[in-house]
Design a protein around this ligand. Sequence first.
Ligand SMILES: NC(=O)c1ccc[n+]([C@@H]2O[C@H](COP(=O)([O-])OP(=O)(O)OC[C@H]3O[C@@H](n4cnc5c(N)ncnc54)[C@H](OP(=O)(O)O)[C@@H]3O)[C@@H](O)[C@H]2O)c1
Length: 358
Amino acid sequence: MKLFLSGATGLVGRSILPILKKNHPERAIVALVRRESQASALNAQGVETVIGDLKQPRLGLSESAYADLRGSVTEILHSAASVEFDLPLEESREINVGGAQRMLELARSCPRLRKFGHVSTTYVNGFREGVYDEAPMAPGQQFCNAYQQSKFEAECLVEQAMRALPAAIYRVPALLADSEDGVVSQWGYIHHLFRMLPVTELPVMPGDPDIPVDLMPADWVAAALAHIFDFRFTSGSYRHLCLGPDGTMPLQEFISHACGIIESHPTYPAGKSVRVPKMVSVAEYDEFVKNCPDRVQRFSAAMVGRHVRLMGTRQVYLNTKTRADLEDSGLRFPVLRKFLEKTLVYCLDNSWGRQAAS
Ligand SMILES: NC(=O)c1ccc[n+]([C@@H]2O[C@H](COP(=O)([O-])OP(=O)(O)OC[C@H]3O[C@@H](n4cnc5c(N)ncnc54)[C@H](OP(=O)(O)O)[C@@H]3O)[C@@H](O)[C@H]2O)c1
């Protein structure tokens, strides 16, 4: 058995690698990395590496390295991507769509291939309201950013490839922390939003108090993904590695809980309450941005609106099949309330990444 893994140095990849090794100790793992230093670190952990780039033809590999993979690879797990929201669409496409295309090209040329796993996101649906099953996503949605659009387009490629390849798609929601104990190593937009919550002067935000908030820690996603890929792989399947309707929290309750955690942290002025902007519909928010007289506030409101309009968009991701696949895994679904608390305390203790970085 030989597994070819992309994204091994990323948030999900770092967590999944030891689990994949434990699941099948006899299986060789070859990771696609971009730098020599990453290769050395992985080699020291017993992982083979090839240095390349998703953006290059033949994944940037030499003819002989590529031919070696073609002859020996039995499984491919494609986790690498650009998760940046603000890249121009063409740049996102180059990595996320072009990368998927090149990983599929390799897959098609591997005669011994038994499975191809593609890591995607629940946000491929853009901001279209609905209840979504673990199934192909229909086109026609509007996207918040180039990341969502490029990940949707990548899914379409994998979906087409499913006709001839044993492939599966694993959708992941936003990752709030590395682990259930709240440690954060990758500071992203979501942490920035929490940081802004107690200081924003915006009077309104797009939000529906009842929409379900579905976030996960990376270690749980990695463990679930590894279990399903290794022991429950089903060709042509889709899985939602999210909390699902049984584990989400309504937005209003989620924000109140977050405010309570911030207010009780020693860095927050004693006795002061966090002022939360009033939640309004996406249409009302857009109207506010359009008519906002202050140029700076208008710019900041537009930026907020671009990324958080999902908080005003009712979407439910079902995970019945994922739950069934995980029944014998011993893995318990995280409790959002608890890991939100641990994560926020970690963020506040570490000055939202500034302390962790220094
Ligand atoms: N993070 C989230 O909140 C989240 C949410 C939903 C879904 N997902 C999905 O989960 C998967 C893993 O994401 P992640 O959080 O682990 O992302 P990440 O921490 O940003 O890691 C991205 C990985 O992709 C690699 N990569 C990027 N561009 C590459 C290129 N041109 N060639 C080769 N490798 C390249 C990176 O390598 P370097 O180390 O060299 O940069 C890194 O290993 C992605 O498919 C993502 O769409 C993530």
